[in-house]
Design a protein around this ligand. Structure first.
Ligand code: AMP
Ligand code: ZN
Length: 488
């Protein structure tokens, strides 16, 4: 069985051949940390978490790099004073690095909630200014970039004159691009409207600024990913991922920068995850058509009739292939919840099955395993894998009803295989339905003990109970009707 993956660059499913056998270098564009991640952002990161987990399960040693964009991402109007961070700084009356910290913490919390594994390296744009300046210098030296009024631009026309092909990933024709681009970013500084910024001069009001050979400024967004992927994965690496919307211009520019710097295409396989939609419209902050992950989990929103556990959201996402659009809706979530509960029930039932070595079963375990691996190897096909898991679920319930048999060897194999697929590869988590109830009972006991301590004037102990719970994010509130608690 060979792993095949869809390469956006060629538009074909290709057999995956890593540069270094058994090893994978994978770079995924991370978030721009100037606001809370919405559920759409989560889908893209979750798709690559599944790909990362699958690669590891298939035996690859993966170096997974996902950056944090904490500088240099302008708003769509390209105005230097509308840098996303600077704008947010004004809005929230915080320092730029406070904005960065606040939303990086939120990003990590959200991904942890959905059981995403952390990448091996998580570099930041601001931590790699030196590398970005060096790359810009190199591009100027090689004749691919020029300085203009304190900013530096990549010369797209020059790139194409040398036989390189700007537009190869997004399949755009350069002449068309030239004809259709309005010069918003650059205000007459560029030779051609399609040229993109490697370094931008900071206006006096721009607070995120660094010294450079071209004066004070800040790096362009596309450059940071080239700088960080090259530094940690080399001039050429295996997989580069991101959301579909990053194909152009971001990834197109990364290819151009890489080729212009090192004379080789930087990436072998470009992978793009498709979008999450809601009400059939792409989820996006700017249109207001979005939901925050926490709102779905707590139920505090106008779209869904009840709250959903993060693992059910994860399951719902993985029921769609990463290259398909997924429309999230109340019905889809309810259906996923049902499926998820049945899957977990089957796992519980499996523990109580007694093997029978004498009888032959209709269910061919080896064949079933092969089908599951075929799904994984076929461009990370999670919905097909899940469909196969439900064949096993059916078999487990038939075993439980005494309508099927399994040998002791197969039983152990089925248990470990299902465990690996469900928990390691899909990254689902078992939800103990009565977890909340148990927590509630435990807290009531603690509140009771604290009350007893207070009655006997042992305030040391009662304060300790309160403070220790608070340190764990559980706040006790004393009111007229007794003590209640709030989970923070
Ligand atoms: P940003 O922080 O805007 O750079 O976005 C972070 C990631 O989320 C990028 O890879 C985007 O492609 C991705 N993304 C944005 N909107 C959606 C959406 N509606 N569905 C899936 N991914 C998205
Ligand atoms: Zn990027």
């Amino acid at each position: 069985m060979q792993l095949k993956l869809y390469n956006s660059l060629t538009g074909e499913k290709e057999i995956f051949k890593p540069i270094l056998e058994g090893n994978v270098g994978m770079y995924v564009c991370g978030p721009t940390v100037y606001s809370n991640v919405h559920l759409g952002n989560v889908r893209t990161f979750l798709s690559f978490d599944f790909i990362y987990r699958t690669l590891m399960h298939l035996g690859y040693k993966v170096r997974y790099v996902r950056n944090i964009t904490d500088a240099g991402h302008l708003t769509d109007d390209g105005n230097v004073d509308n840098d996303r961070f600077v704008k947010q700084t004004r809005l929230e009356k915080l320092e730029p690095m406070e904005i960065v910290q606040k939303y990086t913490v939120d990003f990590h919390k959200v991904l942890e909630m959905f059981n995403l594994l952390p990448p091996n390296i998580e570099p930041t744009a601001t931590g790699h200014i030196v590398e970005q300046i060096e790359l810009t210098q190199k591009l100027i030296e090689r004749g691919f970039a020029y300085e203009s009024n304190g900013s530096v631009y990549f010369d797209v026309l020059e790139y194409n004159k040398r036989g390189l092909n700007y537009g190869e990933l997004s399949k755009r024709n350069i002449e068309e691009l030239f004809a259709n681009t309005r010069d918003l970013d650059g205000q007459g500084e560029k030779k051609n409207p399609q040229d993109f910024a490697l370094w931008k001069k900071a206006s006096p009001a721009h607070i995120m600024r660094w010294n450079s050979p071209w004066g004070e400024g800040f790096p362009g967004w596309h450059l940071e990913c080239t700088a960080m992927s090259t530094k940690y994965l080399g001039e050429k690496f295996d997989i580069h991922g991101g959301g579909m919307d990053l194909k152009f211009p971001h990834h197109e520019c990364e290819i151009a920068q890489g080729k212009a710097c090192n004379d080789i295409a930087p990436v072998n396989y470009w992978m793009h995850a498709n979008m999450l939609t809601m009400n059939s419209q792409r989820m996006s902050k700017s249109t207001g058509n979005y939901i925050l992950p926490m709102q779905l989990v707590t139920g505090e929103n106008d779209f869904f009739e009840k709250p959903f556990h993060p693992s059910i959201v994860r399951f719902c996402f993985l029921q769609a292939h990463y290259r398909s659009v997924l429309d999230i809706s109340n019905d889809a979530m309810i259906a996923s919840e049902k499926g998820f509960i049945r899957l977990m029930e089957a796992m519980k039932v499996l523990n109580s099955i007694t093997p029978d070595n004498g009888k032959q079963s209709e269910f061919n375990l080896q064949e079933w395993k092969n089908k599951c691996y075929d799904a994984l190897n076929d461009d990370f096909n999670s919905p097909i894998l899940i469909a196969h898991l439900f064949e096993a679920v059916k078999y487990i319930f038939a075993l439980n009803d005494g309508k099927e048999t399994i040998s002791s060897e197969d039983l152990e194999d089925l248990k470990s295989t299902l465990h690996a697929f469900i928990f390691d590869v899909l990254g689902l988590q078992n939800i103990e339905e009565n977890n909340n109830e148990k927590l509630d009972q435990t807290l009531k006991v603690l509140i009771e003990l604290r009350n007893q301590a207070r009655k006997s004037k042992n305030f040391d102990l009662s304060d300790q109970i309160r403070d220790k719970l608070l340190a764990e994010g559980i706040e006790l509130k004393d009111g007229r009707d007794g003590t209640t608690y709030v989970l923070n």
